[in-house]
Design a protein around this ligand. Structure first.
Ligand SMILES: O=c1ccn([C@@H]2O[C@H](COP(=O)(O)OP(=O)(O)O[C@H]3O[C@H](CO)[C@@H](O)[C@H](O)[C@H]3O)[C@@H](O)[C@H]2O)c(=O)[nH]1
Ligand SMILES: [Mn+2]
Length: 751
């Protein structure tokens, strides 16, 4: 509860009221889990046949993983806190002229997957921050090395001279022009708004035109400076192989807006690329920006943003200052993370793109410990945090890169420029600590998770700041294959950390204590959900089809344990979700997507990771496309699942859908036939699981059979899946033949 000499607090926090209930539930549920696991273990020892041995083993492994995941989520439940900031008190406490300078990093990587207009909107939205303007510098990293993106930013620089004063004068809060004009303002469109709207539309048309042509036509290039800039795109210039391009598009000492006010710095950076050196994807790009910005402005505070995310509140930087300027918080403060929130999600969020747990609930839980993990975008870092722990400063190789170095030269001066080019070179990092101990860390496709984690291990604390008005809004992928591929990339990246020498279980627990270690382990081991999900999606069903009972009868006490474990987990998940502002249908889709991801992204991520681990294959950063197809958008808005392409990711999913339906139907037939051994009592749990699967798979059945639009499941996928299901059934039949009409669930043990 920090107040200062003026008695005005900058921020407060209060614990969640559910903490005690959470702790009691954790203990009871934990005991129930242990009971089940010990039962499995004893059954394993007592198993009589090889088949029952393997079935029990599968459940022992699956349920152990579920138990592990349950145990790790407890860190989020032990001490969640709600924070509140008072940016309005800021001006009474600090003079604006004493605000720290702010460097904003925006990354983009491909003008065809990430439309340059998105980058423009992201940049404009932060340039319009309510912050002393000469203290703001916006750096755009273009890993696509594209003249199209540079062109778009040149246009943005010109438009900014109208847009920024317009926002300031009218107190606009939606400072991304696209978001601002998307709201229908027809009724009170003043001339001024109309003018700027026309200007924006014209700029958009020019940028679109250039992007579509794939080339910046001569008629669009006006000044000598611009000609020189585009001359760098020679014949040999390719995306993977090109020299550094740094272009200062706006300079706060020189450029003024139409009302004569200063403008923030706007700098375009496309680092050198060479086919012979690794570039470490976004992590590499951010490190180049860390160095280039150090040479040019060296602001102590850095905001990182992806080009698919824009500011929704110009007060955000001030809000972050409420923590950054608190002398009690500052010495150990590594970063202030804002949640990832999204625009354009359909009503019931069919793909669970909101990731409420990942981006809101879990960070809130970590807030009461050492602070949230880093979510990649919408995060204010202290520059110092990139150079060793709070009490263990690690100096960079040249003093000009040091976080406490004062820049006393002009951005344009040849000295600054030369050095900037030098530190953006692709082999600059050779034999340095960059990516290992300094800057954004390399070695994982989820550089965000890994970097935040390493900073926290070094002793840095973080703050999760979740104001009522969203600070940033991002875009989400709106077709299933994009969603699953994105999640697969995350899965691989997380495993890269989980199974490294920095594993949260060992290294993390030692560095940050058990609760924080487990919290990071929960995300790190995210993809192993695929093991229990896959087992429960196939095994109960295949055994049901072969008349083998594998769960306790309804009349047995163990049955109640299963009921408790299932309902307990589901109800707690539901409460977490709804209390964080979710609706029932969104929660339902969220759990459905958890199962779908388990059968696709997590499963394939796990397999690809293992292949890479054993040196068989490698994988890169597969950029999520932000380009929207109109038909797809329509179907998305109606809430229809989009399959469309014959992706291997859909195969296990389709297989599970078929197996569950067949097993569920077969189970009914068996029960009605009144077969003594296969009565409802014994098969109930299996029937329930299959039925639950069927309900979850309804959109998949629709997509296989009833749909004719471009988003249905391709014939090829359903044929392959059906064939594989058949093989699976045969294999199960051969294995289970001798156990038919038997129960594998062993009742004679501990009860
Ligand atoms: O070689 C690359 C690849 C990507 N990017 C940028 O990285 C960002 C994230 O890429 P995106 O395709 O949008 O991935 P998402 O899965 O949507 O991003 C989430 O996951 C990433 C880690 O996988 C984090 O970096 C992001 O912050 C987080 O929002 C974008 O701005 C890209 O331009 C680069 O700069 N260079
Ligand atoms: Mn993204």
């Amino acid at each position: 509860m920090s107040s200062n000499s003026h008695g005005l607090p900058l921020h407060t926090h209060k614990p969640s009221r559910r903490t005690t209930a959470n702790r009691i539930f954790a203990v009871v549920y934990g005991c129930a889990t242990l009971a089940l696991l010990s039962h499995h273990a004893l059954s394993l020892l007592n198993s009589t046949t090889l088949t029952s041995f393997f079935i029990t083993l599968t459940f022992l492994i699956s349920d152990s993983i579920l138990a592990f995941m349950f145990a790790t989520t407890q860190s989020f439940h032990m001490r969640p806190i709600y924070r509140k900031e008072f940016p309005e008190n800021l001006r009474r406490v600090v003079k604006e002229s004493d605000f720290p300078a702010l460097d904003v990093f925006i990354s983009t990587a491909d003008p065809h997957k990430e439309p340059p207009m998105n980058v423009v909107n992201t940049a404009l939205s932060v340039m319009a921050y309510d912050y002393p303007i000469q203290k703001v510098s916006v750096y755009v990293s273009d890993d696509g090395g594209s003249a199209l993106t540079l062109f778009a930013l040149m246009e943005a620089a010109k438009f900014a001279s109208h847009w920024l004063p317009f926002c300031r004068k009218n107190n606009i809060v939606e400072c991304s022009p696209e978001a601002y004009f998307a709201i229908d303002r027809d009724s009170h469109l003043s001339d001024q708004v109309e003018n700027i709207k026309v200007m924006y539309k014209r700029m958009k048309a020019r940028v679109k035109n250039v992007t579509e042509r794939g080339k910046v036509a001569h008629e669009y290039i006006t000044g000598e400076e611009e000609i020189q800039a585009f001359n760098k795109w020679t014949e040999e210039f390719t995306r993977q192989d090109h020299p550094t391009v740094i272009q200062v598009l706006l300079e706060s000492n020189k450029d003024k807006d139409i009302t004569g006010n200063l403008m923030p710095n706007l700098i375009y950076v496309s680092r050198e690329k060479s086919k012979t050196s690794t570039h470490h994807f976004k992590a590499g790009a951010l490190n180049v920006l860390l160095r280039v910005s150090a040479i040019m402005t060296n602001a102590p505070i850095i905001l990182t943003l992806d080009c698919d995310m824009h500011s929704n509140d110009p007060q955000t930087a001030r809000r972050a200052l409420c923590y950054i300027l608190d002398p009690e918080v500052r010495p150990k403060l590594g970063y202030v993370q804002f949640p990832q929130l999204f625009r354009g999600i359909n009503k019931n969020d069919i793909y669970a793109c909101e990731h409420k747990r990942l981006f809101q609930i879990d960070p809130m839980g970590m807030n009461g410990l050492s602070g949230s993990n880093h979510l990649g975008t919408g995060c204010f870092f202290t520059r110092r945090a990139f150079f060793g722990g709070p009490s263990n400063f690690l100096p960079p190789e040249i003093p000009q890169l040091s976080p406490n170095n004062l820049v006393d030269k002009h951005i344009w001066s040849s000295e600054v420029m030369e050095l900037a080019y030098c530190v953006a070179a692709c082999n600059y990092e050779n034999n340095t600590n960059w990516g290992l101990k300094i800057g954004v860390r390399y070695g994982s496709l989820v550089e965000d998770y890994f970097t935040g984690y390493r900073l926290q291990c070094e002793g840095w604390k973080s703050i999760f700041c979740h104001p009522d008005r969203a600070a940033f809004y991002g875009d989400i992928p709106i077709n299933l294959v994009e969603v699953l591929n994105q999640n697969k990339r995350w899965a691989i990246g997380l495993l890269e950390v989980a199974f490294s020498k920095f594993s949260p279980i060992t290294f993390g627990t030692r560095a940050m204590g058990p609760l924080m270690g487990l919290a990071y382990a929960h995300s790190g081991f995210w993809p192993i959900w695929s093991v229990p999900i896959t087992s429960y999606a196939f095994l109960p069903q295949l055994t049901l089809l072969n008349g083998v009972t594998i769960f306790p009868k309804v009349s047995e006490p163990w049955f109640l344990l299963y009921v408790y474990l299932f309902l307990g987990a589901y109800i707690q998940d539901f409460l977490d979700f709804v209390l964080a502002g979710g609706t029932f249908y969104r929660w339902w889709n969220d759990q459905r997507m958890w199962i779908i991801r388990g059968l696709s992204s997590y499963l394939f991520g796990l397999i690809e990771f293992l292949l890479k681990y054993s040196g068989i294959s490698t994988h890169g950063f597969n950029l999520t496309s932000k380009v929207l197809d109109e038909d797809q958008r329509k179907r998305y808005e109606q809430g229809t699942m989009e399959f469309g392409v014959p992706s291997p990711l859909f195969v296990p999913l389709t297989m599970a859908a078929i197996v569950n339906l067949v097993a569920f139907a077969w189970g009914h037939i068996e029960v009605f036939r009144g077969n003594n051994n296969n009565n409802l009592e014994g098969l109930f749990v299996q029937m329930f699981i299959a039925g639950f699967g069927v309900v979850n798979c309804i959109p998949i059945y629709e997509a296989i059979i009833f749909r004719s639009d471009g988003g249905k499941i391709p014939r090829k996928t359903s044929v392959v899946a059906t064939f594989l299901v058949f093989l699976l059934y045969l294999a199960a039949h051969v294995t289970l033949r001798n156990s038919a009409a038997k129960s594998v669930f062993c009742q004679s043990t501990i009860l």
